[in-house]
Design a protein around this ligand. Sequence first.
Ligand SMILES: NC(=O)c1ccc[n+]([C@@H]2O[C@H](COP(=O)([O-])OP(=O)(O)OC[C@H]3O[C@@H](n4cnc5c(N)ncnc54)[C@H](O)[C@@H]3O)[C@@H](O)[C@H]2O)c1
Length: 331
Amino acid sequence: MNWLITGGCGFIGRALIQALLDDNRSNGAGHAIRVYDNLSVGTKADLAGTADFTEGTDWSATLTLVEGDILDADAMREATQGADAVIHLAANTGVAPSVEAPRMDCNVNIIGTLNALEAARANGTERFVFASSGAPLGVQIPPLHEEMAPRPASPYGASKLAGEGYCSAYFHCFGVQTVALRFGNVYGEGSTHKASVVAKFIKAALDGETLEIYGDGSQTRDFIHISDLVRAIRAAAVEKGVGGECFQIATAAETTVGALTDVLVETMVEAGLPKPSVFNGETRTGDVARNFSDTSKAKRKLNWQAEVALPDGLRRTVRFFQDTYMPDRAS
Ligand SMILES: NC(=O)c1ccc[n+]([C@@H]2O[C@H](COP(=O)([O-])OP(=O)(O)OC[C@H]3O[C@@H](n4cnc5c(N)ncnc54)[C@H](O)[C@@H]3O)[C@@H](O)[C@H]2O)c1
């Protein structure tokens, strides 16, 4: 199978590539992967850390990189030639930058997604997997599920919702089998550059800094380990009969940030790190109080559910950060 992965040099893209290459090695699956990335966040060195790659568009090579922007419609169309599936991960990935620069977020996440869909349509690509998030749903009473009316509370939520809308339209008008996945809070190995709570807290602890919980820590989130997320993307890329649909992809477990911090601190101490101090700071404007997902639709139609328990996933993540972020302090 030929995979075109936009944003493939990033956290989720590299984990997906790693899983596909593992599959090639263990059972000769024959995946060919082409990454399309403008290298604004992920780098060539990051990609090379996953596997050797060549630059260009040769599907007979296992892993190739095309340096390009999703805002360049012609380059996107060219890069998509011969792909069986497009996994569209490239995006403005954060709420905060979208609040700072809504027009930039709109361009990258809406026009960029439209370009990726157009490229798939022009090349007759069968399957298109879109990385969405809980943000299109906005402020809701959880569990979040696919039947809720979206009420985005940030430009990022609005632009991801527009991406979901175009995915639906491209299925109904043009037959592109689009699948939008609303990821929960993804954590795990390979996330050293991320600013999400798990990555931020481990880096702070390794730097000898205090961990700041926004508010009293009673806000809840649904933390999904990267390996579970990668299995969901792969299921969405191949499962039959799911075109034009949207899925909540998380663990269905509601965890307070306070409880997450307790487990994480315990994990770091077990791994031989000095116990970091923790304090409760100001509540952040716009933070939702509760967030977790009902993932029963993904179980039913993608035959997928999360498997990695939080303490296990955190152990793996802490070990990775020890080895890569500050190797001299690895235990
Ligand atoms: N990580 C999470 O917790 C999370 C949660 C919900 C949704 N998502 C979504 O998943 C996707 C991947 O997230 P990630 O955590 O791997 O992010 P990341 O920042 O690690 O990777 C994104 C990659 O996209 C590339 N990129 C950015 N803008 C581009 C552009 N205009 N053209 C081409 N390439 C571009 C970057 O260089 C980077 O390599 C994003 O769409 C994000 O919104 C992530």
